[in-house]
Each structure stands twice: as structure tokens, then as C-alpha cells.
Design a protein around this ligand. Structure first.
Ligand SMILES: *Cc1c(COP(=O)(O)O)cnc(C)c1O
Length: 393
């Protein structure tokens, strides 16, 4: 067995792709699964509109690939966090609506206008600047008003809403597309803050001009119809994250991370494995070293915790996670199954699921996704359903 073996690559990856052959790990992103997740969320909302949140480069999965796939599945509205993300997204989405959650930094309003971006206005200052531009151009500009309903993070306060209610001319020039708010604990259906925020949202809406509303993130979609309003705003669930942790995950898995085996060795009982000997072999054991580490976003907290997988076998991570490597107990596999160059599942497939990796690492799947490494060879599947717009090339 050697690295040239054709069995060392997933059959769908052409051997001619030399970047794939060089890479220490392969990240497969299933665009068809993202499309299926979009349809599933939209179906839950019974004919309501469903946007897609693609901030942070579509949660680390690549907005330039993910957003056109979602558009091909019928998504017409996209949310990013930063203005800069909106400008980049406009290159691949010429026709869809793009909303900027952070609103606009001072004196960037014209750039947002030039790229046909719709700001989410979080402060009275942002309202005044955007409305001021509309009035100076003698045209109406679209906007979303974000009201804070109990997070104290972003959005107009109750006092700000009262200011607008007492001086509605402040909105002159704006076409309000939505009034929105964001849930602080939607993934926990038993948390009383959900109902409290809902009540405050409904109350604040009555003080503003009648406008469609948007409230639910991924988990909010699963809190029931009272939380749906006019536009759903899921992110994580599109990418396969369980909307209610600990319950059955209705979403299709989207990411599969496969790491390349660097070497396999049989070690005797008593051998320490990895930095500081945080694992000691209790019997003779086969150890495979795999080229994924914390520099690739595989959390160091997963030392001695997570399990990789191959051919249906669980391959426990033993010892510490290094910067560029993990060590696995592969005794469960036949001696000749793994060899340098072979790939094993590290997230998804036969390994722990994305959600399990996050839970074992003491974090959330959002953080695992957005930390996925830049050294992976990224392989998109299902892309035939999502032709890239020519401008994106
Ligand atoms: C990130 C974000 C979302 C999407 O949240 P998910 O939990 O990923 O579905 C929706 N709305 C706002 C305001 C956000 O910041």
C-alpha cells in the first residue's frame, strides 16, 4: 500500500486534481443538501417567505458557492453581517435582495446604494443617515428596522422606537421592508425569554407604521407559527446544524471532513500518545496519525474525546489535538485498511456528526463551521443545480 493507491481518494474526486492529491484533508460541501434544507425550512413556514443568512462566508462554507445554490432553489432574500460581505455577495447574486444586518458605517451609505444593498437600521443615527440620503436624492430607499426585544446587542431600544413614534417624519424617504428582531435563546423551547421577546416585538410593532415582520432564526422556525411572521431568517439549519440541540435533527447533513492518514504504527502497551502523554495505550494498539489539527479548526478541546470513522468503525481520537494532526486508535479496522494517503472521516460520514463534534468540544456547531480551516481542499457537490453566475468567475 502507498500514497498512489487509487483507494486513497474518494472515487468522486478525480485523481487529476493535483490540489486534491496534495491536500491534508478534504472538505466536501453538499450544495444539494443546503438546497433541500432551504426547501424544508420554507415548507415549515407554510407559504411564508424564507430568506437565507449567509454572513461569515455562509458560515464558513463559501458564500460564492452557497448563495447561488440557494438562489437556484428559489431563495430571493439574503442577509449578511458586514457591508463588505454585501458588496462581495452582489458579485454572485445580481438580482436578489441583499440585507446588511450591521447597518452601515458612517459615510458608506452611497456605497450601499450603488450596490443596491438594503441596510438593517439598528440605531437612530443609521435611520437618519439613510433617510437623509433618500431625501437628498429625492427618492425612496428600502430599509429594515431592527428593534431590540431583549438581547441588548443590536437594534433600536424601546426609547428609540418611542422617538420614532412621536416623530414619524423621521422615516420620510424610507420604504420599510420589514421590522425585525432577533431571539436570544430560540434553541431552548422551554426558555421563557422566547415568549417575552415575542410579546415585546408585537408591542413595539404597534408603535411603528404597518410593516411586514421578520423574527425567526433557524431555531425560531421550530418554536411554532406564532414566531414565523412574514419572513424567516435561518442560517445554521441551512448548513445542517440541529435547530433544537439534543433532539432529532431534521436537517440534511451538509459537511463531511475527511483527513489524510500520514502514518500508521503499532505501539505496545504503556506507550504515551501525543503531547504530554495525555493518552497511554492500555494494550498493543494501532495508531493512525491524521493531518487535521486545531490550526484547521478542529478544537483542541476534542483531545481524547471525539471519534473519527471509517467503514462504519469508530476511531477514537486519542491524546491531545496538535496544531496540524490528530492521533486515532484504529485497532478496530483490519491491519491493512489504513495506510499513508488513505482518508478517514473526521466530521460527518462515519465520524461524529457536526453537532456531536461541537458538543464534545464544548462549543456549538456554528463555531465549528465558521472555524473550518483554510488548508482543506474544498469539494462542492450538487453544484449542477446551481450554475455560478458568469460574473463570479
Ligand atoms: C445570524 C443571524 C440569524 C441566523 O441565525 P441562525 O441561528 O444561524 O439561524 C438571523 N438573524 C440575525 C439577526 C442573525 O444575526
Amino acid at each position: 500500500m502507498n500514497a498512489q493507491s487509487p483507494h486513497s481518494f474518494p472515487p468522486e474526486i478525480p485523481l487529476a486534481q493535483s490540489a486534491a492529491r496534495r491536500a491534508g484533508a478534504v472538505l466536501t460541501i453538499d450544495l444539494a443538501a443546503i438546497q433541500a434544507n432551504f426547501r424544508l425550512l420554507r415548507a415549515r413556514a407554510n407559504g411564508l417567505d424564507c430568506a437565507a443568512v449567509v454572513k461569515a462566508d455562509a458560515y464558513g462554507l463559501g458564500a460564492a458557492q452557497v448563495a447561488p445554490a440557494l438562489a437556484a432553489a428559489g431563495c430571493r432574500r439574503f442577509f449578511v453581517a458586514h457591508l463588505e460581505e454585501g458588496i462581495a455577495l452582489r458579485q454572485v447574486l445580481p438580482d436578489e435582495e441583499i440585507f446588511v444586518l450591521h447597518g452601515l458605517p458612517r459615510d458608506t451609505e452611497i456605497e450601499a446604494l450603488n450596490h443596491r444593498l438594503i441596510p438593517v437600521l439598528n440605531t437612530l443615527g443609521q435611520v437618519d443617515a439613510w433617510a437623509g440620503l433618500a431625501r437628498s436624492r429625492e427618492r425612496r430607499l428600502p430599509a429594515v428596522l431592527h428593534v431590540d426585544t431583549g438581547m441588548a446587542r443590536l437594534g433600536l431600544t424601546e426609547a428609540d422606537v418611542r422617538v420614532i413614534a412621536n416623530d414619524p417624519a423621521r422615516l420620510d424617504g424610507l420604504t420599510l421592508r420589514y421590522v425585525m428582531s432577533h431571539l436570544a435563546a430560540a434553541e431552548d423551547p422551554s426558555n421563557p425569554s422566547n415568549a417575552r421577546q415575542l410579546q415585546r416585538f408585537e408591542q413595539l410593532r404597534t408603535q411603528l407604521p404597518p410593516t411586514p415582520a421578520s423574527f425567526a432564526n433557524s431555531s425560531g422556525v421550530f418554536l411554532g407559527a406564532a414566531f414565523h411572521f412574514d419572513l424567516l431568517r435561518p442560517g445554521a439549519a441551512l448548513y445542517g446544524v440541529a435547530p433544537v440541540p439534543g433532539r432529532d435533527n431534521p436537517m440534511h447533513p451538509v459537511v463531511r471532513l475527511q483527513g489524510r492518514v500520514l502514518q500508521v504504527a503499532t505501539v505496545p502497551a504503556g506507550s504515551p500518545v501525543g503531547y504530554n502523554g495525555r493518552f497511554v495505550a492500555d494494550g498493543a494498539m494501532r495508531v493512525a496519525t491524521v493531518s487535521v489539527g486545531y490550526a484547521d479548526g478542529f478544537p483542541r478541546t476534542l483531545g481524547n474525546r471525539a471519534a473519527a470513522g471509517c467503514d462504519g468503525a469508530r476511531l477514537p481520537v486519542i491524546g491531545a489535538v496538535s496544531m496540524d494532526m490528530i492521533t486515532l486508535d484504529v485497532s478496530a479496522l483490519p491491519d491493512n485498511r489504513l495506510y499513508p494517503g488513505a482518508l478517514v472521516d473526521v466530521i460527518g460520514g462515519d465520524a461524529d456528526s457536526l453537532d456531536a463534534v461541537a458538543a464534545k468540544g464544548g462549543t456549538i456547531a456554528y463555531e465549528i463551521l465558521t472555524s473550518l480551516g483554510s488548508r482543506y481542499w474544498r469539494h462542492y457537490t450538487g453544484a449542477e443545480a446551481a450554475p455560478l453566475h458568469p460574473h463570479s468567475r
